[in-house]
Design a protein around this ligand. Structure first.
Ligand SMILES: [Fe+2]
Ligand SMILES: [Fe+2]
Length: 194
């Protein structure tokens, strides 16, 4: 039961807002996993977090923010603020990925990244998702959820070590390379040209 709730492909939610909020909780758990891990496990836990963030933030950028721009009261300002936050987090994520988990500043950077990513997630829930839910139909949110699920299918993520070996991850390389692949998958799934 508990397993099913944390494996994205098995998530029952068909509403994009429910899915994104569930992912926010998952991201928080994954930060815990990186903090608790040591040695090679730390690097593996960090890679799982990087994949999850690549899937999550790219899906928001491709699917949710453009919709929010059009549908929300003051949508442009709300989305521009969220994109600025995402940009900050991504910069640090890329630095950390390059320096690796053995870097002496890794844990300090991880704490900064965690604070920034989680504050960003709270702002999305408060300023973007609440309005989005109120201003879209169930059918619209279901269609957006389909795009998100296509992205998730590329990178099965699980907060507990040892499980991912059973599934083949399509996301490897730098965070930027991962985001590019996720973007392509979403555009294909949503029937848009690259
Ligand atoms: Fe985001
Ligand atoms: Fe988010």
């Amino acid at each position: 039961m508990a397993e099913h709730r944390t494996v994205p492909e098995l998530m029952e939610e068909n509403d994009v807002v429910d899915l994104l909020i569930r992912q926010h909780a998952l991201i928080r758990d994954m930060f815990d996993e990186v903090e608790k891990a040591s040695g090679t496990e730390r690097g593996e836990a960090f890679q799982r977090l990087v994949r999850m963030l690549a899937v999550h933030e790219t899906a928001e950028e491709e699917i949710v923010h453009p919709y929010a721009r059009r549908k929300l009261e003051g949508g442009d300002a709300v989305v521009d603020d969220r994109l600025a936050e995402e940009h900050e987090a991504k910069k640090l994520l890329m630095e950390m990925d390059k320096a690796g988990p053995e870097d002496s500043r890794f844990m300090t950077n991880l704490a900064v990244l965690r604070a920034s990513v989680l504050a960003h997630a709270r702002s999305e829930e408060r300023y973007e998702f609440t309005q989005l839910r109120a201003r879209t139909s169930e059918t619209e949110r279901r269609a957006m959820a389909a795009g998100l699920k296509a992205a998730e299918a590329m990178a099965p993520t699980h907060p507990h070590p040892g499980v991912e070996s059973a599934t083949k991850n399509l996301l490897i390389g730098t965070p930027v390379a991962m985001m590019d692949r996720v973007r392509d998958a979403i555009r294909n799934a949503m029937g848009k040209d690259g």
